[in-house]
Design a protein around this ligand. Structure first.
Ligand code: SF4
Length: 299
């Protein structure tokens, strides 16, 4: 399914099929931790997927919902929408995200958004639940796949992110090297774009493998800030960490055909963007992982 909200439709239809034909197929609509983490919903409802994922990785062992889930028995399972899994979990005080993973391992139908197939950061979590080579993949509105792949796998930083990263540095000592890198990065962005509105650029002109030391130096305070914010029940966001991860992935992909970088001006900010257009090659590999694939197209 293209979006999370659309994942309910096949499950609603399965419920009707079970009712009409008296069958007992089990199906669920599967959501990410952003929607399914009760602890994060209590403490930081505005956090994004990456932040909730990070939040869970730091809290899972002592999370009361996760601990309660370990004592649950999975009898009486039935076809449920994600909102029903969430409600039932809240009533039983168990973790909805890990509960739905248990349900998915038993299900005949698991309905997910495109991310779970197209984004490596999250698709591994589904692969660890059931065997793709024994499963059939049905892609609804498959004409949207190419656009969604590019959307999910592209990323950007702005001159605004650089300014926020510079202000984050004020919390740390011995940051001269990082500060110089960030100041020069912003200067380079303005100089490179000149009077143009948009241009294709080489990422190595902004940060090359020679800068790996400075990238490590950006990562450390970025991680520290995320942990510190988390310990205060704040969103674990850090612009330093965002800039580090943007360059790390961009440099890894810099020689890949189909990955391009653009510099553009939007209002008073400049945007340095990585655009990943390798959809056809990536999708070809994805299809091979399943026992069979069906695409539904709107013509
Ligand atoms: S175990 Fe579940 S409820 Fe606890 S932090 Fe992780 S996702 Fe949230």
């Amino acid at each position: 399914m293209r979006t999370g909200t659309e994942t309910d439709r096949p499950v609603e239809e399965l419920k009707k099929i079970n009712k009409v034909f008296g069958t007992e197929f089990l199906g669920i609509s599967f959501r990410g931790k952003k929607d399914m983490c009760l602890l994060a919903l209590e403490k930081m409802s505005d956090a994004n997927y990456d932040e909730v994922s990070y939040f869970c990785s730091k809290n899972k062992k002592r999370c009361p919902y996760y601990i309660n889930l370990q004592n649950e028995r999975f009898t009486d399972v039935k076809t449920m929408l994600y909102s029903e899994v969430l409600r039932q979990s809240a009533e039983r005080r168990i973790c909805p995200y890990f509960y739905q993973r248990e349900l998915a391992s038993l299900a005949n139908l698991v309905s997910v958004s495109y991310n779970y197939i197209l984004d490596e950061k999250v698709s591994w979590s589904l692969r660890s639940i059931f065997d793709y080579s024994e499963s059939y993949l049905v892609v609804d509105e498959a004409h949207n796949l190419q656009f969604s792949f590019t959307n999910i796998n592209s990323n950007h930083i702005t001159t605004g992110s650089i300014k926020r990263a510079l202000s984050e540095l004020s919390f740390f000592k011995k940051t001269e090297q990082v500060k110089n890198f960030l100041v020069k990065l912003e200067e380079k962005m303005w100089e490179e774009l000149g009077k143009k509105i948009e241009k294709e650029v080489k990422i190595e002109d902004f940060c090359s493998s020679k800068n790996s030391d400075v990238l490590d130096e950006i990562k450390l305070p970025g991680e520290n800030l995320r942990s510190e914010r988390l310990s205060k029940d704040e969103r674990p966001h850090s612009s330093l960490y965002h800039i580090y991860s943007f360059f790390k992935i961009s440099l890894e992909l810099s020689k890949e055909k189909g990955v391009t970088h653009f510099l553009s001006k939007e209002k008073n900010e400049l945007k340095l963007e990585r655009v990943d257009m390798r959809a056809s090659e990536a999708l070809k590999e994805k299809w091979k992982m399943f026992r069979g694939c069906f695409s539904c197209l709107v013509l």
